[in-house]
Ligand binder design. Structure first.
Ligand SMILES: Cc1cc2nc3c(=O)[nH]c(=O)nc-3n(C[C@H](O)[C@H](O)[C@H](O)COP(=O)(O)O)c2cc1C
Length: 201
């Protein structure tokens, strides 16, 4: 049998944007991946297009233009629906309770949730930037189930130690910390460098 040496796949990340508040997190993930030279594969839910129109001045085309490849939500034959398509993993930013719950049950009615299920079965990192508050017991149990399956639950919460001087900085800090899970080091992250003034004994 002939074997050929294949060119390694480029680093790729799957990006899901669902209809929780904070569609800007997904937009900034795409910007960060472009800066980092990581190929982005985007899939957006219908509800995310609603939050896009309510929360930003972006058109859907302007959002998808930030991605290297934009997949259709119902295209379950897309590359990212198969585990044989190699990726670094997947991030859902932001992740609605509806999308989170669908991923947890294994019901994969869209390309977004199918790609998330594939990410879990291939034991690749799946980061869910779940945004809802307050949380009821069912939400918390679903998050526990997902953590048990290997997902990383990463709600976008502000890091005040980073002394954000703008909303944009606060958003980028959350995005960058979520990308840390994939070993991607985005320059926008302000990293803790220990206590100022030498508090150590
Ligand atoms: C402006 C707006 C803000 C919303 N914020 C949230 C939210 O923060 N978290 C959430 O789980 N759902 C939120 N929703 C509701 C979801 O969009 C809704 O549950 C939808 O069915 C989610 O579908 P998807 O998971 O396919 O995107 C919001 C809806 C709108 C219109």
């Amino acid at each position: 049998m002939n074997t050929t040496v294949r060119t390694p796949a480029p680093p790729r990340l799957v990006v899901g944007i669902s209809g929780a508040s904070g569609v800007v997190y997904g937009a900034r993930v795409l910007d960060a991946l472009r800066e980092l030279g990581v190929e982005s594969h985007l899939v957006v839910t219908r509800a995310a297009l609603l939050t896009l129109s309510q929360e930003t001045d972006f058109t859907p085309d302007q959002l998808t233009a930030k991605a290297d490849v934009a997949h259709r939500l119902n295209d379950v034959g897309a590359t990212i629906a198969s585990g044989s398509f190699r990726t670094l993993g997947m991030i859902v930013a932001p992740c609605s309770v509806r999308t989170m719950s669908e991923i947890a049950t294994g019901v994969t009615s869209t390309l977004l949730t199918r790609a998330a299920d594939v990410t879990l079965k291939e034991r690749r990192p799946l980061v869910l930037m779940v945004r809802e508050t307050p949380l009821h017991l069912g939400h918390l149990r679903t998050m526990t189930a997902l953590a048990e399956m290997g997902a990383v639950i990463a709600p976008p919460l502000p890091a005040f130690y980073a002394k954000p001087d703008s909303l944009e900085q606060m958003i980028d800090q959350s995005v960058g910390r979520a990308l840390d899970v994939f070993g991607l080091d985005w320059s926008a992250v302000r990293r803790w460098e220990g206590l100022k003034g030498g508090a150590e004994a």
